[in-house]
Ligand binder design. Structure first.
Ligand code: HSE
Length: 284
């Protein structure tokens, strides 16, 4: 049995804790055999536990405590702690593992609800489960979400060679913002979403760069954001924004601009990986 969970990018700028897209890089889980104890065969580094303390197994056992131990194989090309939903992919993987091995028959909606309760916000787990573009609200303990097709474009991920924990990146956010500012921040997000639904990526990209919820506060942790945004505007990409809590920056480009954008990014004096991806339309 195999499970494939896509990477995700949360927020898309102004859609803070609400909007996300699924991307074409994956966490792969394979059930190899029955065993006396849980074991995960992986090459993801010594920091990642290969026994039952792994988040994947912990999550699965929370939902289905009676699952019999297995040997699992785990491979992933989602970089850790870079704002591409690596921990969400493991939570979603654990839920799906329990669902399939324990015959839980969870609906997509139930999976999104459970995963959001575990993660605390829906903007990574919902697109990882549903695929494509998802707008979600976690309100009064209930998740309400809508999946929609994201317009065709290339997605360039500029992934600096440094880890940034979501907790650290959330710790710099203010406890509150003035009412007027919140109204403006919400109107920017509304236009971004409407533009995506209309297939109008130039307008969506413009709005993605006008976020008022989080990017300004996080800039000190991601000093490369402005530089990349300037390049993206010069080249005529649709928009550049912080992927989730960072430090990765995503740049949405029309296909014909991708090579030029990558060449410019390669010139930056920062140690980083540059991956060109597309939108994953399926989820798990
Ligand atoms: N919306 C979350 C944040 C995503 O920006 O903190 C973190 O993965």
């Amino acid at each position: 049995m195999k499970i494939r969970i896509p990477a995700t990018s949360a927020n898309l700028g102004p859609g803070f804790d609400s909007c996300g897209i699924a991307l074409s890089q994956y966490l792969n889980i394979e059930v190899l055999e029955e065993a006396k104890e849980w074991k995960i065969v992986h090459t993801l580094g010594s920091d990642i536990p290969s026994d039952s303390t792994n988040l994947l197994i912990q999550t699965a056992l929370k939902l289905a405590p009676d699952l019999s131990p297995k040997v699992l194989k785990m491979t992933s090309d989602i970089p850790l702690a870079r704002g591409l939903g690596s921990s969400s992919s493991v939570i979603v993987g654990g839920i799906e593992l329990a669902n399939r091995l324990g015959n839980l028959n969870l609906s997509q909606k139930e999976k999104v609800q459970i995963a959001t309760e575990m993660e605390g916000h829906p903007d990574n787990v919902a697109p990882a489960i549903c695929g494509d573009f998802v707008v979600a609200s976690y309100v009064d303990g209930q998740v309400y979400s809508v999946k929609h097709h994201f317009p065709l474009c290339d997605v360039i991920a500029y992934i600096p060679d440094v880890h940034l924990l979501t907790s650290e990146s959330r710790s710099v956010l203010p406890a509150s913002i003035p009412y007027k500012e919140a109204v403006q921040a919400s109107s920017i997000a509304n236009v971004m979403i409407a533009a995506i639904l209309n297939g109008n990526l130039p307008l969506a990209g413009l709005m993605m760069e006008k976020d008022r919820w989080h990017e300004a506060y996080r800039k000190k942790l991601v000093p490369h954001l402005d530089q990349i945004r300037n390049l993206s505007q010069k080249i005529g990409a649709y928009g550049a924004f912080l992927s989730g809590a960072g430090p990765t920056v995503l740049i949405l480009t029309p296909e014909e601009k991708t090579d030029q954008m990558v060449q410019e990014l390669e010139k930056l004096p920062i140690s980083a990986a540059i991956n060109v991806m597309s939108i994953d339309q399926e989820g798990i």
